[in-house]
Ligand binder design. Structure first.
Ligand code: CA2
Length: 146
C-alpha cells in the first residue's frame, strides 16, 4: 500500500502499564486491547496502521525521524514526555508530517504540571480526555490528514 495510506501510532513511557494500574484515570483496557481497537478502526477506514510503544525518549525520537519514509501521519500519546520534551517536539517539527497529539485523560483537569504540552505547538491538533476513544478519534483525524 502507498506510503500515504499508512499511519504510525506511538505511545510513550509507562503506557505499557495500561489496564494494570490506575484504572480510575486510564481505564481498564490493556495497551494490546486498545491496539486491537485501533487496528479494527484502521481496517474500517481503509488505512494501514502500525502501533509502537517505548519507555525511551530516544526510541520515540528515532521513530519520528524515520516516519516520513514509510508513514503519512502520526498519532502520538507522548505520555509524560508531553510535559518535558522539547526534543520530541523538535523531532515532530523536523519530520514535517501531520501529527495528532492524543491523551487518554483530560490533562487540563489534572495537576498544573500537566497543563503545558511541549508537543501541542508542533502537532496539527490535540485530543484529550476521551479515554480509549482519544486514540480512535486521533486515528480518524490522522486518516483525514493523509
Ligand atoms: O492521559 C494521557 O494519555 C497521558 O499522556 C498519560 C501519561 C501522563 O503523564 C500524561 O500527563 C497524560 C501517563 C502515562 C502512564 O500510564 C499509566 C498507565 C497505567 C498505569 C500507570 C501509568
Amino acid at each position: 500500500m502507498a506510503k500515504k495510506k499508512k499511519i504510525l501510532v506511538l505511545n510513550g513511557p509507562n503506557l505499557n502499564l495500561l489496564g494494570k494500574r490506575q484504572p480510575e484515570i486510564y481505564g481498564r483496557l490493556t495497551l494490546e486491547e486498545i491496539n486491537g481497537k485501533i487496528r479494527s478502526l484502521a481496517k474500517e477506514l481503509g488505512v494501514m496502521v502500525e502501533v509502537r510503544q517505548s519507555n525511551s525518549e530516544g526510541d520515540l525520537i528515532g521513530w519520528i525521524q524515520e516516519a516520513p519514509k514509510q508513514f503519512g501521519a502520526i498519532v502520538l500519546n507522548p505520555a509524560a514526555f508531553t510535559h518535558t520534551s522539547l526534543a520530541l517536539r523538535d523531532a515532530i517539527t523536523a519530520a514535517a508530517i501531520p501529527t495528532v497529539e492524543i491523551h487518554i485523560s483530560n490533562i487540563y483537569k489534572r495537576e498544573d504540571f500537566r497543563h503545558n504540552s511541549f508537543i501541542a505547538g508542533a502537532a496539527v491538533g490535540q485530543i484529550a480526555g476521551f479515554g480509549v476513544q482519544s486514540y480512535l478519534l486521533g486515528l480518524r483525524a490522522a486518516a483525514e490528514l493523509l
